[in-house]
Ligand binder design. Structure first.
Ligand code: ZN
Length: 392
């Protein structure tokens, strides 16, 4: 399926622009008309992180006239392993500003518009409506469903990508011509089931593989060339070095783009995706302690056992003194419960307090009534108690 170009050509290219884009201009499929379309195009990238870094840099170099960036975060040292749009000197700066400066360095003719706010149901329509095309480079399910539903409701195409460890996926969702993200994934995974990149890790160079597919699809859609990834899901395995593709069909029962949609306006996506399950929220409601409280208990010789429910390679990086490692899965399988002491108060911790809340719910229902977990996890502990230790 080929689709008409998304954008009308700009009136003309300057002499400088002709020189700059000459390697595009001599490709017959792009040519002067295609390059003028790119000049007139307005593309919004959601996120200036792992996928946004290569995606934005290549779209800027390619001559996309206007690039919007939605990003509220700041550059952290742990970003630099993969987010190549940012540099050492940018640590602590807003990512949006750092990304803009890099883009301006690559191509001063690009108009960069910053949206330094968290994308929410009450601002997404206003932001998206100014752009021809959206590129989703986010790493959380709530924002993915928000981006999808807003694009369906506005009838805009968007290029989606996702990365985890050595695996990447990409597709183009455009409900007018094919399926949407909900046709592929009608429901978010249960909270805690799918780890984020912050929890599970990501190979830095994987961002380039998937981010460049996204930039490639964006250019094709804007210029109206080639076969867009509409109705196809690309699956990339960097370890096996294999690309596979799967057909994705429009689901007539899709909640947002189906024949009788039940989602006709934006919803509460945090609640829809349940960052923490209801069981975990209930368990943690009156059983969450602060890192400072834990420090007091340790100093006072309180009768406690600290159990760290992260994975061994996380535990190796940093841990709370005296903590014993029992990964979350061993609780979910049930095998860990018998190794817990009955005569001590159990204190659970993980990286930030999400996984430990899930395990807390398991312990409560197994009869460990006085078990607690550490809000903020080992990251909170390092920030408040042992700032010389590393966080990740
Ligand atoms: Zn759909």
């Amino acid at each position: 399926m080929s689709l008409p170009p998304l954008v009308e050509p700009a009136a003309e290219l300057t002499v400088d622009e002709v020189r700059r884009y000459s390697r595009h201009l001599i490709i017959p499929d792009v040519g002067m008309a295609g390059q003028k379309r790119l000049k007139n195009a307005k593309v919004l990238f959601v996120g200036a992180g792992g996928l946004g870094s290569p995606g934005l840099m290549y779209l800027a170099a390619a001559g996309v006239g206007t690039l919007g960036i939605v990003e509220f975060d700041e550059v952290d040292e742990s970003n630099l392993q993969r987010q190549v749009i940012h540099s050492q000197a940018d640590i602590g700066r807003p990512k949006a500003e750092s990304a803009r400066d890099t883009i301006k360095g690559i191509n001063p003719y690009v108009n960069v518009i910053l949206h330094e706010e968290r994308l929410e149901a009450d601002n997404v329509m206003g932001i998206f409506s100014d752009y021809d095309l959206i590129v989703d480079g986010t790493d959380n399910f709530a924002t993915r469903y928000l981006v999808n539903d807003a694009c369906v409701l506005l009838n805009k195409p968007y290029v989606w990508g996702s990365i985890y460890r050595f695996d990447g996926q990409a597709s183009v969702f455009w409900s007018e011509h094919g399926p949407c993200y909900r046709c592929l994934y009608p429901e978010p995974p249960p909270p805690g089931m799918v780890p984020s990149c912050a929890e599970g890790g990501v190979l830095g160079v994987l961002c380039a593989s998937i981010g460049s597919i996204q930039a490639n699809e964006a250019i094709k859609l804007l210029a109206g060339i080639g076969e867009p990834l509409v109705g196809r899901l690309m699956i990339y395995d960097a370890l096996e070095m294999q690309y596979r593709q799967v057909k994705v069909r429009k689901d007539p029962d899709c909640a947002v783009c189906g024949e009788n949609p039940t989602v006709t306006e934006l919803i509460d996506y945090e609640a829809f995706c349940g960052v923490v399950s209801e069981e975990a929220q209930a368990a943690a409601a009156d059983s969450t302690i602060t890192p400072k409280q834990l420090k007091e208990w340790i100093d006072e010789g309180e009768n406690i056992e600290i159990i760290d429910v992260r994975e061994p390679n996380e535990f190796e990086i940093v841990s709370i003194p005296g903590a014993r490692l029992i990964p979350k899965n061993e609780f979910l399988m049930g095998s860990a419960l018998e190794s817990l002491p009955q005569d001590k108060k159990i204190v659970l911790n993980c990286k930030t307090g999400v996984r430990s809340a899930e395990v807390l719910a398991v312990l409560k229902s197994a009869g460990f009534a006085d078990a607690v977990h550490v809000g903020g996890g080992v990251v909170g502990w390092v920030n408040q108690i042992e700032p010389a230790k590393p966080i990740y």
